[in-house]
Design a protein around this ligand. Structure first.
Ligand SMILES: [Zn+2]
Length: 216
């Protein structure tokens, strides 16, 4: 399937918020209904693990199963509606210059690094650590139990004809971006993945840029 690549006409100079998330760091912000959120893969091949929550009720969160079911497909791209655990659209992807975003790979953790790679990887920083650090620092009402399934923007996890998953080399490149419109007030929780054991970050985690524009 050829991805639908759609550029955005939004000008970063007019963004409400324009922040760089350093390699391996978390980012947590509130985005109001109608506002548009863009993530830019500044140097290429960087996985951006992302969870969304309904801003006023974090028990409602991004749902992998509702999203896949709603669009009848595994990968995210232009037109994808990111659905909540209550079956409501949270955000809609409105522009994308990468063409591949993963729904299935999950977020790395101390446990998965230990099981997949080696016991001595236990102390390595992980996306799960980032999620916990961000929610404990912010007064958002989010707790450990709220962190559910996540999206991996810019990550390439092809599904084989037999149904297998592989963490493949990325297809993203410097400056590729994905942009989405909030359909409700949301909290966005990002881990700019610090993973060094598989090619999801090309073995070299790099910064990303997060921008938010006011509702049209
Ligand atoms: Zn990770």
């Amino acid at each position: 399937m050829t991805p639908d690549l759609t550029e955005s006409s939004r000008d970063p100079a007019h963004a409400l918020l324009d922040e760089t998330v350093p390699a391996g760091e978390p980012w947590l912000r509130r985005i109001a209904k109608g506002q548009v959120f863009r993530i830019v893969d500044l140097e290429g091949n960087q996985a951006v693990d992302t969870v969304f929550f309904a801003a006023d009720d974090p028990d409602e969160h991004y749902s992998l199963t509702h999203t896949i079911q709603a669009q009848g497909g595994l990968y995210l791209g232009v037109g994808s509606r990111l659905m909540s655990s209550e079956g409501r659209p949270m955000l809609t992807i409105v522009a994308d210059t990468c063409g591949r975003h993963d729904t299935l790979g999950g977020a790395c953790s101390c446990e998965s690094n230990t099981v997949r790679y080696a016991l001595e990887k236990r102390a390595m920083h992980s996306c799960r650590d980032n999620f916990m650090a961000a929610i404990s620092a912010g007064a958002t009402g989010l707790g450990k139990r709220h962190v559910a399934s996540n999206i991996n923007f810019f990550m390439n996890v092809p599904v084989t004809p037999e149904g297998g998953l592989t963490f493949a080399d990325g297809i993203s490149a410097p400056g590729k971006y994905v942009e989405m419109r909030a359909e409700m007030d949301v909290l966005v929780l990002v881990s700019n993945c610090p993973q060094l054991n598989n090619p999801c970050n090309a073995y070299n985690p790099t910064p990303v840029r997060c921008l938010v524009w006011e509702a049209a």
